[in-house]
Design a protein around this ligand. Structure first.
Ligand code: BGC
Length: 413
């Protein structure tokens, strides 16, 4: 089944690899105003922000703190993970001398597949990106956060909105730019969202208000791509075999591992690192996308593994391998963007701004160019109607924007 068909099915009751999750929120108008908190759990990084919206499309970050989620919190008990999130919020209030007793509205960016049932409620379907904390799958993560806030005497904070990072990114960009109708993350994980007409979301109650709603595709789980032996080996050995197949071909968490598997194979075939100590490559996930980016200076790649490649021959080979793996990733992402845009606009007759965030897109040399190249192959001159726009910190700022939208739409009384 192709991507377009999987999208269509995902919007009905039928099950398929694209979940097409309604976010219960449309795009902001740009007129939302006030200061809102954002708690952004993307993966190993956690960010807390206080964002001021000026009501004219302008968003300023008044305070920001970044924390690293320790491995034992990612993989331990769920309550310990959520207590950690609340502790970080406490620290944020302390460090920025903010008043924790006055009422705050918070947008919670939770960058995992969540089956939303309202703008501020939704159950985690399954962990991705190496998280395994117990007792969270199947639970309403907004309620888990609210409970942790209560345990830490932060009850003045109300969880006004729960959103995926793609939805945050789209919302942050479209707060100022109404041509933005798609959000994409290309980082540790990958995913996208877009703006759908509410009446075309068959699986929703047709009486829902609003003409449009942002849909989170969860495209990392798309499973109809042709895989090779390295993709298959990686999947089998992963913590979630059979799931997130597209993510395993595209996102930063996995590209290095694909390269490592190819390197190991080439060493075994006697094609790489002859008579050199290649033991560093025996360890799964020892190659990262940061290492891959170093192949733009060939000798740096092997130097980071303590291997001397003075003759540079192996450097040329590894640079080719990394180019192949990263170009494939970029081309798959761009092809998926094309499919989503064609769903919104089958003739590509108008301008679409795609808000993109994530380290792979931002930092990997040539990634963006490969994506543009693919879009030009697909659409020739019409590709000018697709603008890829880099959005930094969009997932956090967007959560604040969505909290503002949710607060504005909340029934009074
Ligand atoms: C998650 C998505 C998320 C993406 C990017 C994936 O692993 O399933 O919900 O949007 O990573 O962070």
């Amino acid at each position: 089944m192709g991507f377009a068909e999987a999208m269509r099915r995902g919007l009905t009751q039928a099950s398929g690899s694209l979940k097409m999750i309604p976010s219960y929120v449309g795009r902001p108008t740009g007129k939302e105003q006030g200061t809102y908190l954002a708690l952004d759990l993307g993966g190993t990084n956690l960010r807390v922000l206080a964002v001021r919206l000026d009501g004219q499309g302008g968003a300023a970050t008044d305070a920001a703190s970044r924390f690293v989620v320790p491995q034992d919190r990612m993989r331990g008990e769920g309550t310990v993970l959520f207590d950690f999130l609340a502790d970080c919020l406490s620290l944020f209030f302390k460090n920025h001398r903010l008043d924790r007793l006055s009422p705050w509205e918070l947008g919670f960016t939770f960058s995992f597949p969540v089956a939303q049932t309202a703008v501020n409620a939704g159950a985690l379907l399954t962990w991705t990106k190496g998280f395994t904390a117990s007792g969270v799958e199947g639970q309403n993560v907004a309620a888990l956060l609210a409970n942790a806030l209560a345990r830490k005497n932060l009850s003045a904070i109300s969880v006004a909105a729960l959103c995926n990072d793609t939805v945050g990114t789209l919302s942050a960009k479209s707060y100022a730019d109404p041509s933005c109708d798609m959000g994409v993350i290309l980082g540790t994980g990958t995913n996208a969202c877009y703006v759908e007409e509410t009446q075309r979301i068959e699986k929703l109650n047709p009486s829902l208000p609003g003409k449009e709603m942002i849909i989170n595709l969860e495209w990392g789980n798309f499973d109809h791509l042709e895989t090779n032996v390295y993709d298959q080996t990686l999947d089998r050995a992963s913590f979630n075999p059979g799931r997130q197949r597209m993510e395993k071909m595209v996102s930063g968490m996995y590209l290095g591992e694909l390269v490592r598997l190819m390197v190991v194979d080439m060493i075994e075939q006697g094609e790489l690192l002859k008579q050199k100590d290649a033991s560093a490559f025996a360890c799964p996930y020892s190659v990262t996308s940061e290492h891959m980016a170093k192949t733009f200076h060939p000798d740096d790649f092997f130097a980071s593994f303590g291997i001397d490649d003075a003759a540079g021959r192996d450097g040329v080979t590894i640079a080719r391998v990394c180019r192949m793996v990263s170009a494939r990733a970029a081309r798959i992402a761009a092809a998926a963007i094309a499919a989503v845009i064609l769903r919104m606009d089958k003739d590509l007759g108008r301008r679409h701004t795609v808000a993109i965030d994530g380290s792979l897109y931002e930092k990997y040399p040539g990634f963006e160019e490969n994506m543009r190249g693919m879009l030009e192959e697909l659409f020739a001159s019409r590709a000018v109607n697709i603008r890829l726009a880099r959005v930094s910190d969009g997932s956090g700022i967007g959560a604040a924007v969505i909290a503002a939208v949710a607060a504005a739409n909340r029934p009074q009384g």
